[in-house]
Design a protein around this ligand. Structure first.
Ligand code: DCP
Length: 230
């Protein structure tokens, strides 16, 4: 007999091969995800997918990342709707290697960024409800599963300093409070496990250190990251 909606019997399931593994690198803005991805891209043959930031900066000529930072109440829903689509595209892209490493995920887009807009009063409940319906449908019908989350844990102040030196045009107006809010949500999600279900192991890596020290850490933890079952 057919199972309830969303169980295996009913899934369209664009399902990934069970022997393949997906590792997501998570963390605050400027937590150093790029350094981590670059390290593994250069020293292994795994597939490394960066966040589709360029797409968010140019949707048929519109920079919705920039618009969102200028007026989150008006453009937050626009950016997050598109982020959800581009993240879905990343998760469902055929894998080119048995191990894939991704920058962030559809899960943090929803549980961190959408949640933050909603909680801070910048996204109306009705928009939050529509995005949540989309997200739940995707999770129930398409395989967006993750096998390991690597959480680069930082203090918001360190991210704030890095952000200032990086000088990405759209991000110039980000206040420390925004990074603190994102940090709190990451902690609630991945450390306190207070909000949303986490259905895979989480490896926490302290990431306040300079780049050289971080690369040494990735060298040390390489096996743990690439072969979590060992
Ligand atoms: N962003 C957003 N909503 C999301 C995902 C990202 O508003 N669902 C924004 C936050 C940043 C920009 O997109 O301004 C880029 O995000 P990242 O923090 O993932 O990328 P970084 O380049 O900052 O990562 P890192 O510095 O850790 O390498």
């Amino acid at each position: 007999p057919p199972g309830p909606r969303g169980t295996a019997g009913h899934k369209l399931l664009i399902k990934k091969d069970d022997r393949k593994r997906v590792i997501c690198i998570e963390g605050n803005i400027a937590s150093g995800k790029t350094t981590c991805l670059d390290y593994f891209a250069q020293t292994t043959s795994i597939e490394v997918l960066k966040e589709p930031l360029m797409k968010w900066r140019n949707v048929r000529g519109h920079n919705i990342l920039g618009l969102m930072y200028q007026d989150a109440s008006r453009w937050g829903i626009t950016l997050q709707t598109y982020v959800q689509l581009t993240m879905l595209e990343q998760h469902t892209r055929p894998m080119t290697s048995p191990v894939r490493m991704m920058e962030r995920s559809i899960h943090s887009a929803k549980h961190i960024f959408v949640e933050n807009l909603y909680r801070s009063g910048k996204m109306p409940e009705v928009d939050y409800a529509v995005l949540s319906e989309w997200f739940d449908w995707i999770k129930n019908n398409i395989d967006v599963s993750v096998d390991l989350i690597v959480y680069l844990q930082t203090s918001p102040k360190v991210c704030y300093e890095r952000l200032k030196t990086r000088c990405r045009e759209e991000e110039k107006i980000i206040p420390l409070e925004y990074l603190e809010a994102i940090h709190e949500l990451y902690e609630e999600w991945l450390i306190k496990r207070a909000l949303f279900e986490v259905s895979c192991p989480v490896l926490v890596i302290g990431a306040d250190h300079d780049m050289q020290k971080m690369i040494e850490t990735y060298e040390e933890k390489r096996d743990q990251i690439l072969n979590p079952s060992n």
